[in-house]
Design a protein around this ligand. Structure first.
Ligand code: UGB
Length: 612
């Protein structure tokens, strides 16, 4: 009372609305006008921002919170009465004939695809203070995650030909937005047109202090609300609220592919999964991995609801086991004869059909399946140990689809080929392995790239040395020759097959091979050392008959007593680049290396060849 003159009409209306919603505690301590006016106005600014960033405003947020907190207090289980079964989906062997066929279909369909990277999370769990998409994917090629993702989209764009420009949206947060923007600007958008890329910034939501959904006030400042992230499910409301999805659909986008911040292998599986979506007309398709029973990733399950309809959706691992037991499977979540759970592991790489995605968002405004997870002080389930907030997850999208929607999955049977995220700090990674789970560390994130590339070459007939057993950050790992290439060189199996002649290639265990550029062909190569092949513009390089032996590059385990950067610490190694042959060409025309050893050819071949 008496402070009305401080506020504009929007502020007065908002205060009244909040009082009607039982939030008097935000204002009843306000002193008379003249005291603390700046702090009152700061609170009003924060309230207006929270009101604007949630679909339906704070009224909708508090109403949803009251409903969900009531259900939580009553101990309601979201899956009560649901009966799980193994859903329909496609299981593919990486590189198999089927896989390649789906890949071809997916590449064709990608000319009508848009891409969404969710990158609002910070690397706290990883022990990294920067933004995760700026981390190098591997130390041989040294491209960061964002670069690799954008290059992969550009590689698909190049296949689409013409003037196609495949769009990319990146969801950022207050923690990552500026640094993501700077990374893009400092690197000329990694070759994309700035207009192709849209940053969508997610805002935090207000915290709740009790079961009555009172907004939680900062402990040290009664004029400030506590806020926390709302989760990666925000991506749906941002695509809707910004109008971007509608714009894409109007421009002819038929498929929207989502992926997370640190999985360098995502584009090894995504084209094939898109092919599966096309073939079966899936409204939603989750690219998934084989999952060991009880492993701490969600399982995708078909749930028969009490009304008889079926919902195919990710069930978080802590809920899957009790759900199976409650539905008559006495042993709960167990492996089948394959050694894996029959429920595929969710890795949040999703392909949504735009035709059904847009109407689903129009119906829900993108607010799909929020949940609340308060930690109660006692059995009365009223007071919380600390404030909570509503959350949402992108993979819960099927709740927004009609009951006759077609939801499936695509499993790539070889875990190393599709999913090796960089999520856990060295101590956490060690603990994961001790518990029988993959480490999902920066160490394996890099080494799995080499493994996948080497195995691809092996499938094409190349002789690959190793792998060698090594230990980094107390993790026992397999180290394959360090082979890394740009997506412009090869994104799909068909690309690789067209550019390397496997049976004439041998690479020793301690070698490193980096291939950077679209116009490179490796006809025959015997490598024992380090070799970098690089072309730009219209230069074309053919490696034919090269036998190379040099001192190479060494991946050396870090000695803990030495000072190290965060990037080195999380991997547990550094690279000692002792000697390499660099074949770098940027002039028009074809170079065959080593090529004929006499005459003009010899002159040409030495121009781009450097040893470092
Ligand atoms: N992210 C955001 O953009 N905003 C947010 O508010 C939060 C995250 P995490 P999480 O891959 O194995 C998911 O933290 O949430 C981005 C699935 O829910 O890496 O613990 C963030 O930047 C789980 O089912 O993972 O678990 C990152 O890109 C399983 O699939 C992404 O969201 C698990 O990932 C995921 O965030 C997994």
């Amino acid at each position: 009372r008496g402070n009305e003159a401080l506020l504009d009409q929007e502020g007065i209306d908002l205060v009244q609305q909040l009082i009607d919603l039982g939030q008097e505690h935000l204002f009843d301590h306000w002193p008379a006008p003249g005291d603390d006016d700046d702090r009152k106005l700061a609170l009003m600014e924060q309230l207006k921002q929270l009101n604007a960033s949630y679909p339906g405003g704070l009224k909708a947020y508090i109403t949803n919170a009251k409903r969900l907190l009531e259900a939580s207090k009553a101990g309601e289980n979201a899956f009560e009465g649901y009966v799980p079964s193994v859903p329909e989906g496609e299981k593919l062997d990486f590189g198999s004939r089927d896989f390649r066929e789906f890949e071809e279909i997916g590449v064709e369909a990608s000319r009508e695809a848009a891409f969404v990277l969710v990158a609002g999370g910070l690397g706290e769990r990883l022990g990294y203070s920067g933004i995760k998409i700026a981390l190098p994917t591997d130390l041989a090629r040294n491209a960061c995650f964002l670069q690799l993702y954008m290059e992969s989209i550009l590689a698909l764009q190049a296949k689409a030909g013409g003037n196609a420009q495949l769009p990319l949206a990146i969801m950022t947060s207050g923690d990552t937005h500026e640094r993501t923007q700077k990374l893009l600007q400092d690197n000329a958008y990694f070759g994309m047109q700035p207009a192709q890329v849209t940053l969508l910034k997610q805002e935090k939501v207000a915290c709740l202090s009790d079961s009555e959904a009172h907004l939680a006030v900062d402990k040290d400042n009664p004029f400030k609300l506590q806020t926390k992230p709302h989760g990666h499910g925000d991506v749906h409301s941002l695509l809707y609220g910004s109008g971007l999805l509608k714009k894409w659909v109007e421009a002819g986008v038929k498929w929207v592919a989502f992926f997370q911040d640190t999985n360098a292998l995502v584009f090894r599986g995504l084209p094939a999964a898109l092919g599966v979506s096309v073939k079966y007309g899936y409204d939603m398709n989750s690219l998934a991995v084989p999952r060991r029973a009880k492993e701490a990733i969600g399982g995708i399950a078909a749930l028969r609801k009490p009304d008889g309809n079926t919902l195919t959706i990710n069930v978080e691992y802590n809920l899957l086991d009790p759900l199976l037991r409650a539905s008559g499977w006495a042993d709960g979540d167990v492996n089948d004869d394959t050694g894996y759970s029959p429920y595929p592991g969710n890795i949040n790489q999703l392909i949504l059909k735009a035709e059904s995605y847009l109407p689903a968002l129009e119906k829900t405004q993108g607010i799909i399946a929020e949940f609340v997870n308060p930690k109660y002080k006692d059995d009365t389930r009223t007071a919380f140990k600390s404030s909570t907030r509503l959350e949402c997850m992108m993979q819960d999208f099927p709740h927004g689809l009609p009951s006759d929607a077609s939801v499936g999955f695509t499993v790539v049977n070889q875990v190393w080929a599709a999913y090796s995220p960089v999520k856990n700090s060295p101590p956490d990674a060690k603990a994961k392995v001790a518990a029988g789970a993959p480490s999902h560390s920066a160490t394996t994130g890099e080494l799995d790239i080499y493994q996948t590339n080497c195995r691809c070459l092996q499938m094409l007939g190349a002789q690959i040395g190793g792998p060698e057993q090594r230990e980094f950050n107390s993790l026992q790992v397999e180290m394959w020759p360090r082979v890394s290439w740009s997506p412009s060189f090869a994104l799909t199996f068909a690309d690789l097959e067209a550019k390397v002649h496997g049976p004439s290639i041998s690479i020793s265990q301690d070698s490193a091979l980096v291939i950077e550029g679209a116009n490179i062909e490796v006809k025959s190569l015997e490598l024992d050392g380090a070799l970098v092949l690089q072309t730009s513009r219209k230069a074309r390089l053919v490696v034919d008959g090269l036998k190379l032996h040099n001192r190479g590059w060494k991946w050396q385990a870090l000695k803990a007593e030495k000072p190290m950067s965060e990037e080195q610490y999380i991997r547990g190694f550094l690279v000692c680049k002792r000697e390499a042959l660099h074949l770098v060409y940027d002039q028009d025309g074809t170079t065959v290396y080593p090529g004929p050893q006499i005459g003009a050819g010899a002159q040409q071949q030495t121009q781009g060849a450097l040893t470092s």
